[in-house]
Design a protein around this ligand. Structure first.
Ligand SMILES: [Zn+2]
Length: 160
């Protein structure tokens, strides 16, 4: 019984309308990757759509940013910080971060791990990381990942 309760507490669920919103965002940006932030808690969640400026980064510095927006995403840091600070003013924390993969499965790639970890530790260790896969202009899958501090890895999490 106790195990069951603990499982429920650990399970972070994305609300149905939030899943729909991020799927719509992924379809809209296809074949580029979309990206964004979800703030709130189990009962109230807000999607903050972010612009993927990876193409701009790639054009300006192809050595540092060898990929374009079809296989990578980049959120402008000041925009990212603004979303987080204004959400915190309203008592909302980062609940999840999301991005899409075009013509690739919903896995957490090495690049995704690198983007989320600075010196081996993630910036938001409690956040869900949602990856939406779009193939042939249709939603192909959605997976969530969460940081495990003990093992220092991201593992797949049930989020629907
Ligand atoms: Zn990715």
């Amino acid at each position: 019984m106790l195990n069951h309760v603990e499982l429920l507490i650990n399970d972070m669920k994305l609300l149905k309308n939030i899943i729909e919103e991020i799927c719509q965002h992924a379809l809209k940006e296809y074949p580029d990757e979309c990206c964004g932030i979800i703030t709130g808690n189990d009962d109230n969640q807000t999607v903050h759509l972010c612009e993927n400026i990876q193409n701009k980064m790639h054009a300006e510095d192809p050595l540092r940013f060898p990929r374009d927006a079809r296989t990578a995403y980049f959120i402008e840091r000041s925009l990212f910080d603004n979303i987080i600070s204004s959400s915190r003013k309203q008592g909302e924390e980062v609940f999840a971060l999301y991005h899409s993969h075009a013509e690739h499965e919903a896995y957490f790639s090495e690049e995704d791990v690198a983007a989320q970890t600075v010196f081996g530790e993630p910036e938001f260790p409690d956040a869900l990381h949602v990856v939406v896969s779009v193939m042939d202009r249709k939603i192909h899958g959605l997976k969530c990942f969460k940081w495990n501090g003990e093992n220092q890895v991201f593992y797949s999490e049930d989020c629907i």
